[in-house]
Design a protein around this ligand. Structure first.
Ligand SMILES: Cc1cc2nc3c(=O)[nH]c(=O)nc-3n(C[C@H](O)[C@H](O)[C@H](O)COP(=O)(O)OP(=O)(O)OC[C@H]3O[C@@H](n4cnc5c(N)ncnc54)[C@H](O)[C@@H]3O)c2cc1C
Length: 496
């Protein structure tokens, strides 16, 4: 039996961040990952000479004092990355809206595309970016709400400015409220644009998205968006390596099958190969639902009420993903990220709305010279995919719809493919151990967001949670923040 201070189960953004920071703070750490690759939803897989990021591809939080910048500086990690001046092209039917990182260039794009709505769009973004700026003053200190310790209260109060009180009336409001205030709710392409961006980042559209988190999401690309050479898995691998360099034990291909408290009060965990660990603290980088399933029934009942409720009752999206390796016929100027809404009159999911990420021409981490790899992802409702016939039909229909659209934008695209793989919710469940293949985190509605999110405190001493199901939720930035919260609570020190 291996004895450590902290056992971290899962190497997604949350777990690898917690493990690396804990090891750097001097804790003895074991990081155990079920899959053959690190990173979960932000991992990779390899086929012959090609590497495919499985899910997350677009890097954020690398600007000065952004979360990854802070963590990487603390750990001495250098990540090869390039800033994206055009974050992505958003195509609504055949109309293309470039998402510029530069705020003024972005506003000028709207002036030109929707001149009749330009003053309202400008005043909307002025308000959104102002609110996001107020929140950012807090976020850089990694606040948790509600705070449970003096240290957390201090983190919440740092960065306080009286102007932030202006945000309080928005706490329970959806972003749709702010949009209506500026009279933009009937501006169809603008709404499709916002909804697409929010669906990818907040897992819900404007009418349901928390106003405060929505403002943050609509600000974040303007703080900076990055292409990470190879993919975001390299960030994860750097965190794992940092954990190891600071004395941590890191093991892949070990699935923890159960954890329980021993009579000594320490946690004991066993993996599927019979390996055993004992630790004073366990950090679970799983979904809320899967966290509960690792515990004995008597401990499940002691988990916080919110965790128990949300673990079973909350909807989460699934993903259908496609991975292609192609002969490179694209120009240097082709943006690396695209979002497509094929038919604006239909639901923005299941092949009608999808995100495309293309490797840079010279990115040898992903493809040999003369080739590129492409990852395509679309939201699906995992409940629709439970029966085998429906599963196969949905998969075939999405693949056809995506390829048909890509063929119109990049003629010859399909003919140039040397590899093409797909993954539905069963594959996602298998490779990330997320039951039902539910990925991305809870939709960030006012009922799930901020002080209504699940805390990194499980309700049981020495058992902690991190990942995109946990406050502050959704996406790699939210997952990493919860990893920081775990490291801070366990060590009692501010690790970044
Ligand atoms: C298709 C797709 C595209 C996305 N694109 C982006 C993007 O471009 N940018 C962005 O910032 N975010 C993106 N996201 C969101 C982001 O990838 C995730 O929110 C984030 O990576 C989740 O991290 P996590 O900490 O919750 O861990 P997860 O990714 O869920 O990883 C958890 C890990 O724990 C392991 N594990 C679970 N149970 C056990 C066990 N019992 N024993 C051992 N190990 C276990 C799993 O194998 C897994 O590796 C995307 C997500 C998806 C699905």
């Amino acid at each position: 039996m291996e004895q450590v201070d902290v056992l971290v189960i899962g190497s997604g953004f949350g777990g690898s961040t917690a493990a690396a920071l804990l090891a750097a703070e001097g804790s003895s750490v074991a990081l155990v990952e079920a899959a053959a690759e690190w990173g979960g939803s932000a991992g990779k897989f390899q086929r012959k000479d090609f590497r495919f990021p499985v899910g997350a591809t677009l890097g954020m939080g690398y600007e000065r004092d952004g979360i990854h910048d802070k963590i990487n500086r603390r750990l001495g990690i250098e990540i090869e990355k390039r800033p994206l001046h055009t974050v992505m092209n958003v195509a609504i039917a055949d109309r293309v809206y470039p998402y510029y990182q530069n705020r003024e260039q972005f506003l000028r794009m709207w002036d030109a595309k929707l001149p009749h709505a330009a003053p309202a769009i400008r005043s909307f973004y002025r308000e959104v970016w102002h609110i996001a700026g107020l929140l950012r003053r807090h976020m850089v200190h990694f606040p948790v709400v509600p705070p449970a310790t003096f240290q957390e209260a201090e983190a919440l109060l740092k960065g306080f400015h009286p102007a932030v009180l202006r945000c309080i009336p928005l706490l329970q409001k959806p972003l749709g409220y702010v949009i209506q205030k500026h009279g933009l709710q009937h501006e169809e392409d603008f709404m499709h644009f916002l909804n697409g961006v929010l669906l990818d980042s907040m897992q819900t559209e404007a009418d349901a998205c928390s106003a405060l988190l929505g403002c943050t999401a609509l600000d974040i690309y303007h703080r900076g968006a990055w292409y990470i050479e190879g993919g975001l898995y390299r960030q994860i691998e750097a965190l794992v390596q940092s954990c190891k360099s600071n004395g941590g034990t890191v093991k892949k291909g070990r699935r923890i099958v159960g954890i329980a408290r021993s009579e000594s009060g320490l946690w004991e965990a066993e993996d599927h190969k019979g390996g055993r660990w004992q630790a004073a603290n366990v950090v679970l980088n799983t979904t809320a639902e899967d966290a509960a399933s690792l515990l004995p029934a008597e401990d499940r009942a002691k988990l916080s009420g919110r965790l128990r409720r949300k673990a079973v009752a909350q909807f989460q999206w699934g993903a259908f993903t496609m991975y292609l390796a192609l002969k490179d016929t694209l120009t240097e100027k082709t943006p690396l990220f695209h979002q497509f809404l094929v038919n604006p009159d239909k639901q923005a999911e299941a092949g009608n709305h999808f995100f495309v990420s293309i490797s840079a021409a010279a990115d040898s981490h992903r493809a040999p010279a003369g080739y590129r790899t492409v990852t395509v992802s679309t939201h699906i409702n995992p409940d629709d995919w439970k029966d085998k016939t429906a599963y196969d039909q949905y998969a075939a229909a999405i693949k056809k719809a995506v390829l048909a659209k890509l063929e119109t934008v990049f003629p010859g695209f399909t003919d140039e493919a040397v590899h093409m793989f797909t993954a539905g919710p069963l594959a996602w469940q298998h490779y990330t151990r997320r039951t039902g293949g539910k990925v991305g985190g809870f939709p960030q509605t006012p009922d799930n967001a901020l002080y209504r999110a699940i805390s990194h405190r499980s309700g049981i001493t020495g058992l902690w949670l991190c990942g995109d199901n946990i406050f502050p939720g959704a996406g790699s930035i939210g997952a990493s923040s919860s990893g920081v919260h775990c490291a801070r609570s366990i060590t009692g020190r501010q690790p970044v």
